[in-house]
Design a protein around this ligand. Sequence first.
Ligand SMILES: NC(=O)c1ccc[n+]([C@@H]2O[C@H](COP(=O)([O-])OP(=O)(O)OC[C@H]3O[C@@H](n4cnc5c(N)ncnc54)[C@H](O)[C@@H]3O)[C@@H](O)[C@H]2O)c1
Length: 267
Amino acid sequence: MSGSQDFTGRVAVITGGAGGIGGATAIVLARRGARVLLVDRDRGALERAATRVATEADAAGRVGVFVADVTDEAQVRAYVEHAREELGGIDAFYNNAGIEGAVAHITEYPTEVFDQVIAVNVRGVFLGLKHVLPGMIARGRGAVVNTASIAAATGLAGSAAYGAAKHAVVGLTKMAVADLKDSGVRVNAVLPGMIDTRMLRALVEQLVGDVDEGLAAVAGAAPLGRVGTPFEVAEVVAFLLSDAASYVTGAEYLVEGGALATLDNGG
Ligand SMILES: NC(=O)c1ccc[n+]([C@@H]2O[C@H](COP(=O)([O-])OP(=O)(O)OC[C@H]3O[C@@H](n4cnc5c(N)ncnc54)[C@H](O)[C@@H]3O)[C@@H](O)[C@H]2O)c1
């Protein structure tokens, strides 16, 4: 692809790169010419994702993997250093790794699960920003997208930890933008709704029991009448990471089929 969404010669790092949305974003960016580094804590899934990127984006030689836990500062520093030393720095950073935690009323929410969700979804996003941004600031350019959720924009029953964490991701996005004044670096958030990945299937299984029945039930919450695909999020992320979004920073992009545009938003 040529033009303002061309990533030829650019380096993109994607956390949660072995997952549904991260993996789809890797394919979209690689198809547009990027060299991609997939970061995840799950080595087996990472290798499968890298093979898929190489095949589907015809990107053999432009896709690498790095095993890291985004909650561990030394491991975050290690993937950032790897990207700098082996790939010449990071142009586009998709700060996306996340976990769903439990579905439980706030009065019964397990405290240790609350702590885990905050560790991955807030501390992980913070550490990514902390260690990726210095290289971008030094070069005077770069773009970051953080993955929040519709749970950053409304209440969702049973989602105390996840919703609090995703509100914090939007908060971190705005704080980073404020800190990045005059730097040339952009940071935005994407707020997916119901997207068909392992995470959504795990959530509807907890809620409804049967996955297919659960997916059919949540599909009705969006005016578009269906759940979204990981590629429908990836397209928006790729836009935000590209020069086509050169005047977009601090934004919250909903990718949720219109669910929040109606009063009956399933909350
Ligand atoms: N699927 C949805 O409906 C939906 C909706 C809104 C937001 N999101 C968000 O999108 C992002 C991607 O989720 P997904 O739907 O692709 O789910 P997914 O489970 O397929 O992908 C998440 C990935 O993050 C990785 N990960 C988890 N903890 C990690 C850690 N500590 N260190 C490194 N990697 C870790 C997992 O191994 C997995 O590969 C998450 O932040 C999620 O909260 C998803």
